[in-house]
Design a protein around this ligand. Sequence first.
Ligand code: ZN
Length: 424
Amino acid sequence: MDASQSVDLLIYNIKELLTLVDGYTTSAKDNEKKLGIIEDGAVAIKNGRIVKVGKSDEVTSSVKIGKNTYQIDASKKVVLPGFVDPHTHLVFAGTREKEFLLRQQGVPESKIMKEENTGIISTVRWTRKATYEELLEETKKHLTSIADWGTTTVEVKSGYGLNLEEEIKMLKIVKDLKEHTLINFKSTLLAAHIIPPEYNMRDEKYVDLVVEDIIPIIAKNDLANFNDVWCEKGKFTREQAKRILHVGKKFGLKPKIHADELSNCGGAEVAAEVSTISADHLIYASEEGLKKMKEAGVIGVLLPTVSFSLGKEDYAPYSKMKEIGLTVALGTDFNPGTSFCPSMPFVITLAVTKLKMSVEDAIIASTINAAKAIDMDKEVGTIEEGKRANINILSIHHYEEIPYRIAENYVETVISNGEIVKGG
Ligand SMILES: [Zn+2]
């Protein structure tokens, strides 16, 4: 930084500044160290980056504050990194409240799926029918909604197109938003979400289409960072998942997997074998599979709003993961069928109440570990000099209130890439 130039933004007098700088490891003995807390802290921002972090008097005396410096007094407030949501299906048309309500009434899944306008297949139909502009407008609304809850970095998957043209349409929307908004994006090809109806009983033919046509063209056009597959009974088999992920790897798309969400189908084992960057859901993952994931350096992404939205009592075995030493991240899985949830703070509430995570672990899992799960940890996830200025100011006194204040939006100010996207 040129010392003669004043900083753009200064947040000072912060009651509790959670830098998460020591959040890289979970080995720290005391929780405060894990969260890298600075009391009476300050953060200075210039050109979208964090240029100074420390005690308020230290920061204010070492950076140049000019008449153009926007200053925020954060006394009595908690400041932490912008949330990172590492698993969403943000691009879709239509809503599926009908099946949500039927499930809560105990109607069996097989019966619900026979109803009109239910299931992923309905979303596929509506998304294919929507024009690019219509879909873009819908997605912008969801984006505003996640940013309102403090998410400044998000991974978005395709998977409601299920043919080359429609998958491209979805991923181009993500690219468009990445170029024209202040939010940070990573995009994922999920052509292997379900077998599309036109390939009914011809699933191998659809897998051929994915590996021979869709993956190469998406990769060549630089439309995705990751390649994902839903490994599950009735979706894609372990062998199909491996084939799809290996081909993606060859084309430079890092593998991800929806694993063991509805049953133990060996998804965690596939994740370890292919060395995916993350394995997501893991509700029914075996202990053996989780151990293999740990050895292979795979991150577990837990999405507790899905069990909640489905009205199920089964949640991912977090305590087992903790014991094994697996790196764990949290996400919303924002999608129209099983988790219409834009809020990472609500995910933290569920992580604490249902997964029995400590509040500190849940905050780490929603910031730096979530950033690791989408290969963004060098840029976001902590409040650290040199990183992108992605910061939330919360109107609470202590970070322990985050899960405790259920569904209250205390996210007062959201800063993404140095710009205020909410509050101010
Ligand atoms: Zn998903």
